[in-house]
Design a protein around this ligand. Sequence first.
Ligand SMILES: [Zn+2]
Length: 384
Amino acid sequence: VTATLHTNIGELLTNDPAVGAGVGRLHHAALVVSDGLVQWVGPADRAPAADERVDHGGRAVLPGFVDAHTHLVFAGERSDEFEARMAGEPYDGGGITRTVAQTRAASLDELSQRSHRRAAALRAGGVTTVEIKSGYDLTPEGEARLLQIAGGLTTETTFLGAHTIPEDYRHRREDFVAQVVGPMLDACAPYAKWIDVFCDRGAFDVDEARTVLAAGNARGLRSRLHGNQLGATGGVQLAASVGAASVDHCTHVSDEDLEALAAAGVVATLLPSAEFFTQAPMPDVRRFHDAGVTVALATDCNPGTSFVTSMGFVLALAVAHGHFSVDDALWSATAGGAAALQRSDIGRLAVGARADFVVADAPRAAHLVYHQGPDAIAAVYSSS
Ligand SMILES: [Zn+2]
């Protein structure tokens, strides 16, 4: 096994509380990596010898981004809806059925290639772990096909059969819920780690969402949830009551909602680019922090409300419009995302963690928030 010394790191964010509060910042630092794991972290002038040496020239290093919320397996695009929305039409989630039709019609090859391209773009922007949901086919075989493609890109696969009510079930929604928890779950459970529901106005109500999550749990899938994006519709309280790993969006939350999340230890995954592209109010992260809620940031990459394959863009929005400090945004996109996926091996750079990290092309990690473009990043390392 070869040990590699990564040295001359101008600023190292470890997210290790033993190093320091918040991002656990070290200056003039080094890392030793072997077998895909971090073996040593500390000041460069005290680094142990290693077989190979990489000099980072004073650049900043931070944990790879963990994008804990994407829908990146789909066909087609909906720029026409974006254009109409910007001209004043409200978003109600109805456009999902258009992507369902385009995705059903796409070949396996096309879907697979497009998904790989999006995942590669995320990675070039520093994402080393991505969560991917199904939800754009809504038939048993079709949802399983999407999850198999997702499984080629990540172990963090999520069955989202309860994404929207398809056109042909519009007047018999209870039949569709039965379909999701029956044949669709049967076909998808082998390919999914998580179960998710779009619990919101115009989508699934709290009782329907509870039924879907319970069915998934019974098949060994763990819960995560879309909640309170379009209104205060009870999704956040449901996430707290079932002990979901994360509730995502949280655009409309009360103080009671935040207390419930903190008490239940449920992560709030904020998706500022979805708010940006739907011109919705962006949640103020200070309320979440004051309540003691752990916050993650993710891209929500999807063709309707956030066709975003850049975590840097999400970070910039969080800081410019969500009241995040730069350090808090970087923490939420790394350690926060890891918490949302209940992973302790990623999102931090400490002994034993996976050696997944980003090298900024500048001495400060804040560079990745204010410099938008692929040239902000010098290199991305990951153990897989
Ligand atoms: Zn989503």
